[in-house]
Every structure is written in C-alpha cells, then in structure tokens.
Design a binder for this molecule. Sequence first.
Ligand code: MEZ
Length: 588
Amino acid sequence: MKKNLVFALVMVITLLLSACSATEVEKPIVNDDTFVAGTYTGEGNGLSNSIGVEVTVSTEKIESIVFTEFNESDFTVDLADQLIETIIENNVAQADTIAGATFTSRGTLEAVRDALSKAYVDGKEPDYTKIDVDNGEKTDLKNISTDVVVIGAGGAGMSSALVAKNNGAEVIIVEKMPIVGGNTKFATGGLNAAETSIQKALGIEDSVELYYEDTMKGGGNLNNPSLVELLAQKTKETVDWLIGLGADLSDVGRLGGASANRAHRPTGGAAVGGEITDVLYENVQEAGIEVILETKVIGILSNNDEVTGVRVSTKDGEYDINAKAVIIATGGFGANNELVASFVPAFEGYGTTNHQGAIGDVIDFAKDLNVSFIDMEFIQTHPTVIPVKNYMITEAVRGNGAILVNRSAERFVDELQTRKVVSDAELAQEGQTAFLVFDQGVRESLSAIEKYYNKGFLLESDTIEGLAEQMGVPAEQLKATIDTYNSYVANENDPEFGRTNFARPIENGPYYSVEVGPAVHHTMGGVEIDVETQVYNEAGEVIKGLYAAGEVTGGVHGNNRLGGNSLSDITTYGRIAGENAAYYSKSE
Ligand code: MEZ
C-alpha cells in the first residue's frame, strides 16, 4: 500500500489473523466509561520521521485509527496496519512491536497512546499498576532496588553480572526474551585469544601483538586502537576465567583473517556458544543472581547527570528497578532489517544469523540520555549461511579445510579471507551463492558439522563425480578444482587466490557440499565506550554510572569483525564492565 492510501485508511478488520496472533497484548482498557467520546490526534517517532494518527473513541472503546502522517519504508506499511488492527480488535493501549518493523511499531504505538492520553476520562489513564487480566484485580507493581542492573542475559550480560557479583555488588539481570543466551548461544567457530595456556599446551605460536595486528587489519584500521589493545592483552585471562567456571575450550582452530590458530572451542571442535552460555548461566544461578525474563527495558532512569536505574515493561505492566549502576548488554541489531537497511540500503531484505531479539532496543531506551552511537553503518554479512533457512555454517569448516566453488565448479576466492571479501566474491558469482565442499577428513575434524549432517543440510556422495551431479555442477571441473587445490595444500602455496592456511587436503570420501550465501551477521557499530566500558553522550561526556559491553558497543571491530572476536569481546569487556560497575556502585 502506498503512502497516499495510508493517509486515507480507516482500519477495518480484514488483516491476517496469523500475523495478529504473533502480537501479545497488554494492559486492557477495562471500564465502559474510560473515554470522552470523540476524535483525538497523536504523534510518535518512527524510524526517522514522525508518525501521526487520528484515533476515534466511543465512551468504552477505540472505534477507528487513521494515519495522518506516515513516511516509513513501504515494506512496513502492512505491518503497521496489522498493529493498528490488533489495537482496535483488543481495545488496548499497548501491544508488542512487530518483528521486522520495530521502530515503526513503536512510533505507531506512541502516537496512539498520545492520542488516547487526551481521550481518557479524568483519572482513568492507566498508571503503573498491574492488572490481572483474568479477574481485573489491581495490585501495585514492585519498585525494586539493587546495586547493578544488567540489561541483557547474553554472554556479555552474564559475564558482567558474575564479575559484578564477585566484586561485592548485588546484581539483577533483566532480559526481554523468555530464555537467556541471546546471540551467544548460536556462536559456533570459536573464541579468539592469544598466548593462552591452551595454545601453549598445543605448541601453537601466537602473540598478543599479532592478534592486535590481525584485528586492526580485519577492521580496516577503523577500530579504536585502545579497545583492541586491551582486548588482545586481556582475552587470555578471559579464557582462564571461563575454564575456571567450567568451560571446555581445549580445541583451537583457525578462522578468517587470523595469522595463527587462536579460535578456542570445546574438544573435537564442538560449537562454542552453547558451551559458554550454559557455563555462564549455571554460574549465574549458583551465584544467586536474579534473572528476570520477558521483561523489556523501556528507559534508563537518571537524576541530573547520573543514572539511577531502569524502567521495565512486562506483560503485567511497567515498573522501575532502582540501581546505582546500569550495564547495557543488549547485543546488536542484525535482526532488525528495517534498521540495518537504513544504514546499508543494499542489505534490505537480507536474511540474518541473529536471534529475533537482536533489534537495537538501546536506540530507543537510551535516547533520553543522548547516548553517542558510532560506526552504525558498519554491518557485516557472514558468507556461509544457507539461503532461506538462514542457518549459519561455521567459518571453522573452511578453517578446517573446506573450499568454496561456484556453479562452474571453480574456486573464486581465498576462503579464509575476511567476511566482507568472501561475501562480496560470492555476490559476484552466478546466482550470488556458492557451494561449500569438503570431505570426511574435515567432517571428522570438527564435531560442529554433525549438527548440519543430522539436520539433513549436506549433500553427500562417495565420489566427487556423484557429489557434482547432486550439486548440478560439471563433474570434471569439480574433480580438477579439487586436484589443483590439493596440490596447493601439498606445497602450502595457493598461487591463484593466496590462501595461506591449509588444514588438510580434500581426498577421503564421502564428500559433502552445501549451498551458502551471505546473511547479516554482526553490527559493528553501537554505543561509544572507553576501555573502562563507560558510556559517552553526544557531548563527549561520560554518563555517570552507565556501562556497556558486547555487540551493543561500537569501536572494537572497526568496519569488519574477525570470526572468533565476538566471544572474546563480549566476555572480556563484559568482565571489565562488571568490575567497574560494581566499583562505581560501592563508591557512591
Ligand atoms: O565469530 C563468529 O562470528 C564466528 C566464528 C562464526 C562462525 O562462523 O562460527
């Protein structure tokens, strides 16, 4: 529907019930004399423009809603209509935002609430009380207090909470999703660290300096050098800390852009994210840290120039958690295609490897503090994601010896180049996707592959010719490509594409393949921090008591994050945030 039609739209109940059922409603408007009948105007903030509505109410319910101003992306129009439909159908002032159009949803809700605030009979406007939907009973919501509140129960949030607690602070974690883990639980390939006890035991030569150089080079030298320096120095301690908590990080492999094997993961090359999530959560529980799930932060409370807590929204209503320090650990915004495309239009409609909660809430809940956001236009795609299914095949498969071929069965890139280089090379091929090809030797070297096999994602054949037939590529060429590649492995020299890491040749059947292409993976930009994880405002001042760690921050990764550096970043800067927030909360 085009914008001019939207202006004229009076909502009728015609939209897809399936879409509406994904929207949870909150805070019913209960009484039959709630409103002064009439038509009221309201305004809210969409992604980059204001949204205007006219809401017509009878004494007891919302009768219609008309958009009077709507300049959001065309693809959000139907989604905004669905939201309006839900509001009218359920006669509510609040509803969950619709995935894919978060900012437009919020702006629409804000506009409707603005209009309704003018329509309420005196004293009827909902307050911050809990309403039991079943029996209409009203109770005051708790107003709770703690030393440190952590927003987000992913790897950064749980790391910071544990360290804050160990430094003597009382800590509460608030998580909007029904489960902990965020993107961390999907991480697979490894956690980068140099000069670790594990590398030493395995005889791997690496150095903090080399790790620093690789990370800066990978990020186009646009990283904040101080943040990278500290990361490179501290991550070996993080590895010991995680091992001390119970994590198995004893397998070390190679990921793109690294000059040494430094990606730490569990024995046999199992996925690392589940391991770290489980270990952190077990420790959080043992430490008695309260984790409040399905509770969304909608604002950071502040008094003059220092933060004093957070305001949260739950299905029962809104309330405040008072705290002396706040740590933002809400992750990136890779799952918010509307926002991604606003920074990189070429990524409109792209799939993502991210969990559905990674939508950039921080932009909204931190806006009153004028938080400084940097590098927002640096967004990364992961080159080996199964199209449509959006399932990431870990970079470690290439690190352990797989190659990429196009529809002519030819290699076209150094498979272990940075994600940007490999993604761009894929997009230049016919069909804009490629095939990952490997053998039984690679499969046996990396147990993460079993999951892809068991899910039925892999083509399999005892011969290269049989595999080529299933892939629909010329068999003779695939054979020639693999033979040539194996000769490069033997000579440790790839004169065609300059690959420098050759884990093993592709020579033992069965042979495997899966079609892959780029999908949005990591958002390098975010909240501006310093090495102490203090958050800055747009005036360049530290916001007292506010800390941030993990993908929500900008500056660590420049314009491109190296594989394996996310887990290092979130756990290392998570620990630093926890320590500093605890100290701050005690010193006031
Ligand atoms: O750090 C990552 O994003 C990573 C290693 C992903 C992967 O391919 O496993």
